[in-house]
Design a protein around this ligand. Sequence first.
Ligand code: DQA
Length: 152
Amino acid sequence: MKTVLVLNGPNLNLLGTREPAVYGSETLADVERICEEAAQSHGLRAECRQTSYEGQLIDWIHEAGQACARGEMAGVVLNAGALTHTSIALHDAIKGAAVPVIEYHISNVHAREAFRHQSWISPVAKAVMAGLGVRGYGVAVAALALLAGADG
Ligand code: DQA
């Protein structure tokens, strides 16, 4: 059974109490449950990790590239938080690791401040999804399952 790696970046550990009008009242633990259920229903296994450190996300993306190359992983659902808008290093990591990434954002970043409209992840992502709330993580996991099936 292949794994889907769900990576959450800075401040996403605060889900539930952080700006609930924007991000809702569900917690990171809820995100993990949603991802596990979605993965299970698509014959996959979800592994969920969160960090506020850019370098840690990069290391995990490199690891994911190796796991994908071994045929053990379907890809990564990545919500890099604010690093989305700043991190060329994450852009390079995704490109270098050749790992299928679904970029996900809980809020519709394009309906928010102009500084959230630029993403360094989008040009190297397989797909980009935003604005479906916490439940959207499950849709992103399903999208990765679809891609993995389509890729054989
Ligand atoms: C976010 C959107 C980002 O702009 C913001 O910095 C976040 C969360 C989202 O999930 O909507 O931390 O990625």
